[in-house]
Write a protein that binds this ligand. Structure first.
Ligand code: NAP
Length: 286
C-alpha cells in the first residue's frame, strides 16, 4: 500500500484516555495486513465542530464517537443512516470522499454479539430490558428488528421507559412497566438484559434486580464489561441461566465500524483478544 492509501481512523470523546478502541482497531488492521492508524482524540464539546471539519479535510476514513458527543455530532454530518436518525445518536462516522455519514453500530453490535454468543434465535422471544438510557435506545431498536414476541422496558424513571415504548410502538410490541412490577415482568421472560450502569466498576456489589426473580429465565445479559462478569451475571449463572456479558457488544460495534470503513470482514477474535489483553486477561482464560 502507498502512503496515500493508508487508512486514517480514530475515536473522539471526553474523556478518551481509557478507551479500548485504539488497541482493538490496531489489532484489526494488523490481522488484515492493512496499512493505517487509529488514534484517540481528546475532544471537548467546544471543539467538536472544528474537529469534525478537520476529519473531513484531513482524509480520515472513519471516526468512532463516544461520550459525550454521540448526539451533538449529528448536527455536523452530511447524512445519517435510518437507524442513527431513529436512535438519535451516532457512534460511527464514515467519510466517503468528504461526505460524512453517521451510523449507529451499538445496537446492531449488541444483537450480533447476543446471537453469536448466547441466543441464536430472538424471533418470538419475550425480552425484558432494564434501563431506558442511551444504550437501551440502540439495543431496543435493534432487538425490535428481530421479531420478538414482546419487549418489556423497566426503568428507575418509569416515564422514560413509557416514552420509549410509545415512540417505537410501530416497530414491535414494546411496553413499559414501573420497576415495582419487576417480578411480574420477569415471570415469563426468556431473555433479561441489563442496560443500566448498576454493577459497573467500582460499584461491583450492586444489583439492578433481585436475582431470585431470574429462576425461569433462559438468558441473562449485561452490557457492562468492567467487570467482565458482573454480580448479576455470576448469580444468574449460579441459578442455571445462560449468561452473556458486555465485551461482545463492544467488540461487535467496533467490528461493524471496521467493516463499513474497509469493506473487509472484521477479525473478531483478534479484536476480542486485544481488548482482553489490555485488561490484563488472556483470551484463553477470558
Ligand atoms: P445512560 O444514558 O446514562 O443511562 C443510564 C441508565 O441506567 C438509565 O436507564 C438510568 O435510569 C439507569 N440507572 C443509572 N443508575 C441507576 C441506579 N442507581 N438504579 C437504577 N437505574 C439506574 O447510560 P448508557 O449510555 O445507556 O450506559 C448504560 C450502561 O451500558 C453503562 O454501564 C455502560 O458502560 C454500558 N454500555 C456498554 C457498552 C458496551 O459496548 N458493552 C456500550 C454502551 C454502554 P434513569 O433513567 O432512571 O436515570
Amino acid at each position: 500500500m502507498t502512503q496515500s492509501q493508508e487508512l486514517r481512523l480514530g475515536v473522539i470523546g471526553d474523556p478518551i484516555a481509557h478507551s479500548k478502541s485504539p488497541v482493538m482497531h490496531a489489532a484489526a488492521l494488523r490481522a488484515r495486513d492493512m496499512a493505517g492508524e487509529y488514534i484517540a482524540l481528546h475532544v471537548t464539546p467546544d471543539r467538536l465542530e472544528e474537529t469534525i471539519g478537520a476529519v473531513r479535510r484531513q482524509g480520515y476514513r472513519g471516526i468512532n464517537v463516544t461520550i459525550p458527543h454521540k448526539e451533538n455530532v449529528m448536527a455536523y454530518l452530511d447524512e445519517l443512516s435510518d437507524e442513527a436518525r431513529r436512535i438519535g445518536a451516532v457512534n460511527t462516522i464514515v467519510n466517503d470522499g468528504g461526505r460524512l455519514i453517521g451510523r449507529n453500530t451499538d445496537g446492531i453490535g449488541y444483537v450480533r454479539s447476543l446471537k453469536e454468543e448466547a441466543a441464536a434465535r430472538l424471533e418470538g422471544r419475550r425480552i425484558v430490558v432494564i434501563g431506558a438510557g442511551g444504550a437501551a435506545r440502540g439495543i431496543v431498536h435493534a432487538l425490535a428488528a428481530e421479531g420478538p414476541d414482546r419487549i418489556t422496558l423497566l426503568n428507575r424513571t418509569t416515564q422514560r421507559a413509557e416514552a420509549l415504548a410509545r415512540e417505537w410502538s410501530d416497530l414491535a410490541d414494546i411496553r413499559a412497566l414501573a420497576s415495582e412490577r419487576t417480578a411480574e415482568a420477569l415471570a415469563d421472560a426468556d431473555i433479561v438484559i441489563n442496560t443500566t450502569s448498576v454493577g459497573m466498576h467500582p460499584h461491583t456489589e450492586e444489583l439492578p434486580l433481585d436475582p431470585a426473580l431470574l429462576r425461569g429465565t433462559e438468558i441473562v445479559s449485561d452490557l457492562i464489561y468492567n467487570p467482565l462478569e458482573t454480580r448479576l451475571l455470576k448469580q444468574a449463572r449460579e441459578a442455571g441461566c445462560v449468561t452473556h456479558g458486555g465485551l461482545g457488544m463492544f467488540v461487535y460495534q467496533g467490528a461493524y465500524a471496521f467493516e463499513y470503513w474497509t469493506g473487509a470482514p472484521a477479525p473478531i477474535e483478534e479484536m476480542r483478544a486485544a481488548v482482553l489483553a489490555s485488561m490484563g486477561v488472556s483470551a484463553r482464560n477470558g
